[in-house]
Design a protein around this ligand. Structure first.
Ligand SMILES: Cc1ncc(COP(=O)(O)O)c(C=O)c1O
Length: 398
């Protein structure tokens, strides 16, 4: 197979990168991707497509990708499951949508992390359920608050949690809290949906494996593990997966058969080859090194440039960090001022649940740092520091 990416195609792809502005959240670095290998995998599958492939219509997704995914998460995340339990979805959001529709009735209480991703909260609301924000601290989700009769929702149906690191704070759920979460779920008869955004991109300390690796009775019946290829490859791929308890396989497959069925088979087959031939693991190693370097550089630069009242929190992994602004600062206005200077960020307050007037939401900025190489990051850090200093009435350092 002549697998050369035409130069104009690569240029067009990289132009998108120019449009993905520094500190945009959830964007990969397209320059780090092995485009030629991806193209070769896709072209080869297209040429070799058989009638059986053309007619394949399995609501859980292509068996060869389900096997590849299972092998990958077994090695990378310690997940123990069978291929029967694996579903290929349209990114993690596709899995979340299925979980909401399969598990929730209108009015059900659902734990979500606070702060946490807006798209998750929206999906829970769309199912007619009631998201109950549970605070996240340095040890991850405050399970005791969730289980508290007045402050939480002890009888919630589902808890959506990102144990590897919560978005956007980067907090990792500690082992005691993992055990506490699973024993709450067993008592409440709840399902825990573990969303593993960037679970493999851990830099400091040893990675805590998935909840599905814990040797706790009943864990296999209570936990759905969700992953995505959006962060490590690219979001337009729209491929992710979920691993569901054995008892949920049939109802979930029936629901899938009556909705989107499965992502395009050809794409799934190409991704399966990409994983099976070791390209994905190699790419992840490269990505991890690059992302770690960028995090270290950015933190050092922000530490040097930012006024003392602003604190950057070092994430232990992933490609997102948060900056705490002084109380009373208007993070939405800061984000707007940054946008006018060509730099993206998200306001932390918007990812946080509403608070009583007496205790307003803490302002801050959410910064993605995975998509750009060092020179662009340093430039953006200088712009950021100047804009933030002006907004809070402090002097920028140089
Ligand atoms: C924190 C976070 N990570 C990753 C994603 C990517 O979602 P998907 O896997 O559906 O592309 C999202 C989407 O909302 C998100 O909120």
């Amino acid at each position: 197979v002549a697998a050369v990416v035409p130069a104009d195609k690569l240029d067009a792809l990289l132009e998108t990168r120019a449009r993905s502005r520094p500190f945009g959240v959830g964007l990969p670095d397209l320059e780090l991707l092995p485009w030629r290998i991806l193209e070769r995998c896709l072209a080869r599958r297209f040429r070799a497509m058989s009638a059986a492939d053309a007619l394949l219509d399995e609501p859980r997704g292509a068996p060869l990708l389900r096997r590849a995914v299972l092998h990958h998460v077994a090695v990378a995340r310690g997940v123990r499951a069978t291929v029967d339990q694996v579903f290929i979805t349209e990114g993690s959001q596709g899995a979340i949508d299925l979980c909401c529709r399969a598990l929730l009735d209108p009015g059900d209480a659902v734990w979500i992390e606070d702060p946490g991703p807006l798209a998750l909260r929206a999906a829970v609301r769309m199912a007619g359920a009631r998201p109950v924000p549970i605070p996240v601290d340095e040890e991850g989700l405050c399970v005791h608050v969730g289980a508290h009769r007045r402050r939480g929702a002890p009888r919630a149906r589902v808890a959506f949690v990102s144990p590897a690191y919560a978005f956007p704070s980067g907090a990792r759920l500690t082992l005691p809290r993992r055990v506490e979460l699973l024993s709450w779920a067993a008592k409440a008869g709840a399902v825990v949906v573990e969303i593993d955004y960037e679970g493999e991109l851990r830099f400091d300390g040893s990675p805590l494996p998935s909840l599905l690796a814990l040797d706790i009775e009943g864990v296999r019946d209570r936990v759905i593990h969700v992953g995505t290829f959006s962060r490590a490859l690219f979001p337009g791929l729209r491929l992710g997966f979920m691993i569901v308890p054995p008892a949920l396989v049939r109802p979930m497959a029936a629901m899938r058969a009556a909705s989107t069925r499965s992502p395009p088979h050809l794409l799934q087959a190409a991704l399966a080859d990409f994983i099976d031939e070791g390209h994905f693991a190699r790419h992840l190693r490269k990505l991890k090194q690059a992302t770690r370097r960028r995090r270290d550089l950015l933190l050092a630069e922000l530490g040097r440039l930012l006024p003392g009242a602003v604190r950057a929190r070092a994430p232990a992994g992933g490609s997102v960090l948060t900056l705490d602004l002084p109380a009373g600062a208007d993070d939405v206005a800061v984000v707007q001022a940054l946008a006018a200077r060509g730099v993206d960020a998200l306001p932390l307050s918007r990812s946080t649940a509403a608070r009583p007037r007496s205790a307003p939401r803490a302002p801050g900025l959410i910064l993605g740092f995975g998509a750009h190489a060092e020179p662009a990051l340093l430039d953006a850090a200088r712009t950021l520091a100047a804009v933030v200093a002006e907004a809070i009435g402090a002097d920028a350092r140089r």
